[in-house]
Write a protein that binds this ligand. Structure first.
Ligand SMILES: N[C@@H](CCC(=O)N[C@@H](CS)C(=O)NCC(=O)O)C(=O)O
Length: 390
């Protein structure tokens, strides 16, 4: 049976309004509206059959084509460029496993596209290698405390959803008595090359006329060791990194993290340019993690039967759709993702909060969910947000 498009009612009302001034009868108006609605439906059908004809004969509609998704499925693993030396984000734990917030984002994508969070391969890269690695397309994702920026987006790849809002700061030897970044006139600062950090340091020094002496290193680890070896007065990186590194110092109290934040560092997974569907997939997985917290769902409370809350049921594949199948994912993809890695809140606590490097979520208020998030008792008033899953 043919259904008139929903817009025909609105169209009818509009036509009726327009007709008033022309002296048409109510029947004329209805007939015209019906005719126009039928024309519009024909146009929609024609457009649809044109799209179907254009789709290659793979049995998939054009919307589901993602060559990278196919490659990943053939390979049986998601390749992520990441880290193995940053506590909280990507590091080797006592059992020899590479774990962390960034590693779990990679695992979440593997759970979504392969149904197995362990189907990942991590390529460990230095900050200097970030651009070339994602630009070449040799990995499926760059998820390595990496800051999204316009020039990186232009040159490297597409950044998906910021999963941690960071900002650059400084750590100094307590004995120097420095209490503000503005006191660092003529100070030497250890910094990793090829980072936004290096560029911001220069801007900050110029802006405040501080004549800071940057000492650059290929690896952040080497920059940290050099700072600890007193080759520099200060070390600078993202605040999360300062906490992460300080948590591993023998004498953390001998070092002070200065109060200033000198830049915006939205950390977001990036994907190679040129495959919009793969971009949609990774972005959607990030949205699933964020919305799980917004709906109060955790890894051990994933619904498998209708809850009666349409938004939750839609997200977990129990009612309607949020577009997941159109991008090549299963109807119940959110169940796989959240069972594998948990909600944003769980990820945060496990790696960055009390279970990890100890950055209290309240202190870094920006990493709370947006103010109108539906959850009753989750941290709100921050910037963690995804477009709605619907
Ligand atoms: N977010 C900044 C800095 C990235 C960065 O270098 N992060 C440090 C940790 S905060 C890192 O990954 N270090 C590990 C290494 O150098 O191998 C960027 O994207 O440029």
């Amino acid at each position: 049976m043919t259904r008139l498009p929903a817009f025909s009612f609105a169209f009818l009302a509009l036509t009726a309004l327009a007709a008033c001034s022309q002296g048409l009868t109510e029947e004329d108006v209805e007939a015209r509206a019906e005719l126009r609605a039928r024309e519009m439906m024909e146009e929609m059908r024609a457009a649809e059959s044109e799209r179907t004809a254009a789709a290659p004969a793979t049995g998939m509609s054009q919307e589901t084509q993602s060559s990278r998704l196919q490659q990943v499925r053939e390979r049986g693993a998601v390749l992520c460029a990441s880290n193995n030396g940053i506590p909280g984000f990507g590091f080797i734990d006592d059992s020899g496993n590479n774990v962390g917030f960034d590693i779990d984002l990679c695992r979440a994508v593997a759970a979504a596209v392969l149904g197995d969070p362990n189907a990942i391969r991590i390529q460990v890269i230095s900050p200097m290698e970030m651009g070339a690695t994602i630009q070449s397309g040799e990995v499926d994702m760059l998820v390595r405390t990496v800051t999204a920026s316009t020039s990186r987006e232009a040159q490297w790849g597409n950044f998906t959803v910021p999963m941690y809002y960071d900002g650059q700061g400084f750590i100094v030897h307590r004995e120097l008595g420095i209490t503000s970044a503005l006191d660092m006139e003529g100070a030497s600062v250890c910094v990793a090359q090829g980072t936004t950090t290096e560029l911001n340091l220069q801007d900050f020094s110029n802006l405040h006329d501080l004549d800071i002496q940057a000492k650059t290193f290929d690896d952040t680890d080497v920059a940290v060791f050099s700072y600890l070896g007193e080759q520099c007065d200060a070390f600078t990186t993202d605040h999360s990194g300062l906490f992460a590194y300080r948590s591993g110092f023998d004498d953390p109290d001998d070092h002070v993290i200065l109060p200033e934040t000198i830049s915006e560092e939205p950390l977001a997974p990036a994907v190679p340019h040129g495959d919009e569907r793969w971009y949609d997939i990774v972005k959607t997985v990030m949205g699933i993690i964020i919305y799980a917290e917004a709906y109060g769902v955790t890894s051990d409370s994933v619904p498998t039967a209708k809850t009666g809350d349409s938004a939750v049921d839609r997200m977990f594949g129990l009612e309607g759709s949020f577009g997941q199948e159109s991008i090549g994912l299963s109807k119940t993809v959110a169940q796989d993702v959240i069972r594998a890695v948990g909600s944003y809140g769980e990820l945060y606590e496990r790696h960055l909060g009390s279970g990890g490097i100890g950055i209290a979520r309240e202190d870094e208020g920006r990493n709370a969910l947006w103010s109108a998030a539906p959850c009753a008792d989750c941290p709100k008033g921050g910037q963690i947000y995804s477009v709605p899953l619907r």
